[in-house]
Design a protein around this ligand. Structure first.
Ligand code: URA
Ligand code: CA
Length: 432
């Protein structure tokens, strides 16, 4: 086989065979195929697309390009959840104990944040003592004992994806639906998922800027699931403003605890109930969304979701008392309100820029070596559709420095005040 022939075949809009796709991924990973040929191939995919079979084969070839987690020692259907990335997205920290409290095992590998979105691992590390570097054998034991563990990625998972992503980044081929879908799905499969629930975010804080793109991405991942034999369900949710109110690591942990106690923000709670139900359905523990939501709500109401969170924190070295005493979480030195410059309804938040504002305070990283300050961040005090008087707080800044004019400026530039508007619809669709 010659790479140049395969590039030409895709360039002409023809479908590749499974062997041809395997050849490309294997030889690109071992560096027999040079970057320039792979870049030309990916540009051909960008313009010509892929059939669902091709996308499925690409996914499996990428999943098999490095180490693969063997979670077969964990009893039950292992359901993983993936968000395409948002601002203030605390759902994993709520969903993991909530779904585990229903008896479904949650064995989750999560990432750190880079850029304007935070990572679940960084958030969990805001809990004093909590550790996420857990050897695989211990990870499996924890899940069998507590039904739940969330750890950082170990091993050399999907090297093909790492190399392809780096090349896509510099060749303007990131925004290709089959390439995004296979990139996400290959990582979930290599991490050992039997079933996958996807939260595809839409809006200015997200990868997909409009609903049609988001629906196509969700549909492509569901189809890949059919080709590779994994059940995949997807939710399309709004990211035109930050989810919940908290943006920042310890602040989001506090918000997760509040939600597990039944008094979290409505949007965050609603999304967790839908995603959690999809996870129960994918695991065979619920027949439909209504049944799933009722099961999850019961675990919030009777305190077992919170109890599961405490067991989880303790099992990974953290102090479970944070669940009852918020002062045990890292505290910022300064709390500064951002007053509304005029009265009006909040008509828009640029979610992306709120993530950037939190980063300016030190809540996120701009390079891999940046050190995060777990205490800092902000709380959005007025969401789209809310009315504020002049001088009323739009957001509260939690900072370790007294001078935060740069952050205030960013926040005020991110918000629009005007005439009354409806709250955006949070759950736009469910697919699969
Ligand atoms: N997230 C991923 O993991 N891969 C992509 O290609 C895009 C978003
Ligand atoms: Ca917005």
């Amino acid at each position: 086989m010659r790479m140049i022939d395969l590039i030409e075949k895709k360039q002409m809009g023809q479908a590749l065979t499974q062997d041809e796709i395997q050849y490309i991924v294997t030889n690109f990973t071992n560096e027999t195929i040079p970057n320039y040929q792979m870049a030309a191939f990916m540009m051909s995919v960008y313009f010509q697309g892929m059939s669902k079979e091709e996308a499925g084969w690409l996914t499996m070839a990428m999943a098999e390009s490095g180490d693969q987690m063997d979670l077969s020692a964990i009893e039950g259907v292992k359901v993983d959840k993936h968000s395409t990335g948002g601002v203030g997205d605390t759902t994993t920290i709520i969903l993991a104990p909530l779904v585990a409290a229903c008896g479904v095992p949650v064995a989750k590998m999560s990432g750190r944040g880079l850029g304007h979105t935070g990572g679940t691992i960084d958030k969990l590390e805001a809990i004093p003592g909590f550790h996420t570097e857990v050897p695989v054998e211990d990870f499996i034991k924890l899940v069998n004992k507590n039904k739940l563990a969330v750890v950082g990625q170990t091993g050399n998972l999907t090297p093909a994806d790492k190399k392809m992503y780096a090349l896509r980044d510099v060749t303007s081929t990131v925004q290709s639906i089959p390439l995004i879908a296979s990139s996400i799905m290959s990582k979930k499969i290599a991490a050992g998922a039997d079933a996958i629930v996807l939260d595809v975010k839409v809006g200015d804080g997200a990868f997909m800027k409009n609903v049609d793109q988001a629906r196509e991405l969700a549909q492509t991942m569901v189809s890949i699931g059919q080709v590779v034999g994994r059940q995949v369900l997807a939710v399309i949710s709004d990211m035109s403003q930050p989810l919940g109110r908290a943006v920042g690591n310890a602040l989001e942990i506090q918000e997760a605890i509040d939600t597990l106690k039944g008094h979290g923000p409505q949007d965050l709670t609603d999304l967790c109930l839908v995603l959690g139900s999809q996870m129960l359905i994918a695991a065979g523990a619920a027949d439909n969304l209504e049944v799933g939501k009722a099961m999850l709500q019961a675990k919030i109401d009777d305190g077992s979701a919170l109890a599961k969170f405490k067991d989880f924190v303790q099992a990974q070295g953290g102090n479970p008392a944070v669940a009852d005493d918020p002062s045990l979480l890292p505290q910022a030195k300064y709390k500064i309100e951002v007053p509304a410059p005029q009265a009006g309804y909040v008509t828009d938040w640029v979610a992306h820029d709120i993530g950037v504002a939190a980063n300016l305070l030190g809540a996120g990283r701009n390079t891999l070596d940046d050190v995060i300050d777990p205490a800092v961040g902000l709380m959005v005090q007025a969401k789209i559709g809310d009315y504020v008087d002049q001088g009323q707080s739009l957001a509260t800044i939690y900072a370790d420095r007294e001078q935060v004019d740069d952050v205030i400026e960013k926040i005020l530039a991110a918000v629009t005040l005007g005439e009354a508007v409806k709250q955006p619809t949070l759950i736009i669709d469910t697919i699969g």
